[in-house]
Write a new protein. Sequence first.
Length: 153
Amino acid sequence: MLSIRKPGIDDMQLYFDWANDPEVRGQSYNSDPIDLGNHKKWFESALKNEACFMYVFVNADKEDVGQVRIQKQNDREALIGISIDFGHRGKGYAKEMLLLATASFLGSNNGFLINAYIKESNLSSKLSFEKAGFQFSDMVDYENFRSFHYIKE
């Protein structure tokens, strides 16, 4: 069972470490390592951005296991991303994280559609999104990669 919390400025290094994990970089659409200075600027801005919904997930042992970010793209659509701490992968957290984050977001943003783009090679994420109630839309070229497009309303 996971609990959910909003990140604070003290989570900047945690997000940096998660974002620069080699496996996370490999599944990201931009696989270049992230510079700490740029990350700090982005993180501080994201915390203040009312269109950016960030969630940290904590397990029963009070360990931070991962994050979900939902970014509004316009007045009807949002984009979702997820990452799980290296030491907590393979424990089934992704489905619960996606369910909790989307319920929180959609509960306060009625009528929104959440888009998920997943690289064709990332079959574990594809399965997690399906288990969390996302519906397959189509195959697309997203950020120059063949990708699954899933949606949730």
